[in-house]
Design a protein around this ligand. Structure first.
Ligand code: SF4
Length: 283
């Protein structure tokens, strides 16, 4: 939950998630819609889909017990080498490193080698953790060091507890290239159909792509930017979504989707919730 999301946003949601899904079994038995609903508003819904899939796999393949084996963890959806390293070191004290953005930066500075990457970086991380008495604590300390002391632009070498051992101490190249995100503009017509007796017509988005598996009014991608102003603009990591409402008459016969009187049991993207609020559309 904390990936790309602030701690203060996550805390109440974390507790609510475990109230709703107190065990792996309860999550595995829930529908994907239930999992997405519990995740609603946190963004990056891929994470909720992965956790749900992983819970089902743990029930089917590991009799409901989270696997202890590192290689087995890697077979679970959404768990890569770094996440498996975290879980394994925190829970089972294995010398398995984490290599998130903060830790990468610390290790590159430690070795004074900005070109370290891939296998070499993993090798350095592995060597380092093998010197630690407590692998879980080591991983947490490395992440914390990168997040609070060895920051990208203003590393605080004066207060750094490892400055004696770091090859870049007091001589840090802070001009490290930062990745520039390319944001693409996307123009969507949003077909809003609401009837007193039926509610609102929504479609479930495809399993892949933007807003995957969430519910929204039918969306039509426009090839050109319309002349009029959009009703709402929603920003994602790599996309700027321009939403244009269309309320023309609509025949839903034969169109995939459902009418809803209430949105309580389904998850909608934050962009659509905001669009509905701006239109004062209530259900
Ligand atoms: S001494 Fe400076 S560059 Fe080295 S790890 Fe500490 S804060 Fe980062």
């Amino acid at each position: 939950m904390l990936q790309q999301t602030q701690v203060k946003t996550v805390l109440p949601r974390y507790e609510a998630w475990f109230e709703r899904f107190p065990s792996i079994q309860s999550l595995a038995e829930a529908s994907l819609d239930d999992a997405l609903k519990a995740w609603e508003g946190l963004g990056y819904y891929r994470r909720a889909r992965f956790i749900h899939q992983a819970a089902q796999r743990i029930m089917e393949t590991y009799a409901g017990q989270f696997p202890v084996d590192f290689e087995a963890m890697l077979t679970l959806s959404g768990i890569g080498r770094s996440t498996a390293g975290a879980i394994s070191s925190f829970c089972f004290q294995t010398p398995t490193p984490i290599l998130d953005g903060n830790v990468k930066r610390v290790l590159k500075r430690w070795e004074k080698n900005v070109d370290l990457k891939g296998k070499q970086l993993w090798h350095v991380a592995q060597y380092a953790i093998e010197q630690a008495c407590d692998a879980g604590l080591w991983n947490q300390a490395m992440m914390e060091l990168g997040a609070t002391v060895c920051s990208p632009r203003q590393p605080s070498c004066q207060t750094c507890p490892v400055s004696e051992h770091c090859l870049s101490a007091f001589d840090v190249d802070t001009s490290l290239p930062t990745k520039k995100q390319l944001v693409k503009d996307v123009y969507w017509q949003v077909l809003i159909h609401q009837q007193d007796d039926k509610g609102i017509f929504l479609q479930q988005r495809p399993k892949q792509g933007i807003w995957a598996s969430l519910w929204s009014p039918p969306l039509i991608e426009l090839q050109e930017k319309p002349q009029q102003k959009p009703n709402h603009i929603h920003l994602l990591t790599h996309r700027r979504l321009h939403l244009y409402v269309n309320t023309d008459e609509f025949d839903s016969d034969g169109v995939e989707g459902q009418w809803f009187h209430s949105l309580d049991a389904i998850a909608l993207p934050t962009g659509i919730h905001r669009l509905f609020s701006s239109l004062n559309l209530k259900l």
